[in-house]
Write a protein that binds this ligand. Structure first.
Ligand code: SAM
Length: 217
């Protein structure tokens, strides 16, 4: 998939800043898909609540072979999103709406919200408050919740225990996977795994001790 095939991906600074790089989207959904496959989890429906240009929605629909509902509340971005879905012939249904007003009940929810205010040094911003509030709201709408955050947390524990996390130093992000079912045991998924971006070696036993399983690139 070419980056240039996503209108709005190039040329418009506003959209360029917020869109997930296509290469990153492929890595993220490959790792999440592998984790789910190993546990024989099949997804019928996925919801990308903050869809933007739809890079994640399109790649997720192709990688996980799932129908994706995509909500976007900015009119201009929504137009570009629809264009992108059409161009890729993706199994994505877009809706111009506010995610919190119009939620979908699905198997997996993907959250890539704008975190911009996090970086504003003059305004205090409650990062964990937002993280927690998102998770609390979304747990009512899907068993699995995937949240993409900037790489701000360092070794800090997220509000809940994820079952898996994908970390990219290159793109400065962490993608957290939560299993909100009451039976889920975040601590029982095996040894931590860290794949170093530079030399590609496996380093078992390293990474965030709070994360059930961690892949880092
Ligand atoms: C970081 S971008 C998502 C990028 C996306 N993952 C992609 O691949 O293009 C966040 C998007 O969420 C949208 N958004 C923010 N609040 C929203 C809400 N309450 N409901 C729906 N969309 C929202 C913004 O307009 C923005 O397009």
């Amino acid at each position: 998939m070419e980056t240039g095939l996503f209108p709005g991906y190039r040329g418009e600074r506003r959209n360029l800043r917020m869109a997930t790089p296509v290469v990153l989207a492929h890595k993220v959904w490959h790792h999440i898909g592998t984790w789910l496959n190993k546990r024989r989890v099949r997804l019928c429906a996925t919801w990308d609540a903050f869809a933007g240009l739809g890079v994640d929605a399109v790649v997720a629909s192709q990688t996980l072979q799932t129908c994706v509902f995509a909500t976007e509340k900015d009119r201009h971005t929504y137009t570009l999103l629809c264009d992108n879905i059409r161009r890729h012939g993706a199994n994505v249904v877009a809706r111009y709406t506010d995610a919190f007003q119009d939620p979908f009940r699905v198997d997996l929810i993907y959250l890539d919200p704008p975190w911009e205010d996090t970086f504003c040094p003059t305004k205090p911003f409650d990062f964990f408050g937002k993280f927690r509030a998102l998770l609390m709201f979304m747990q009512n709408w899907g068993r699995f919740v995937v949240i993409k955050t900037p790489l701000l947390l360092g070794p800090t524990k997220p509000p809940w225990d994820p079952v898996y996390a994908y970390r990219s130093e290159k793109y400065r992000i962490i993608v957290w996977l939560f299993d909100t079912s009451p039976l889920a045991d975040a601590g029982s998924v095996g040894p931590l795994e860290s794949i170093d971006e530079q030399d590609g070696t496996n380093q078992h036993g390293q990474g965030d001790p709070h994360v059930g399983q961690m892949t880092a690139e």
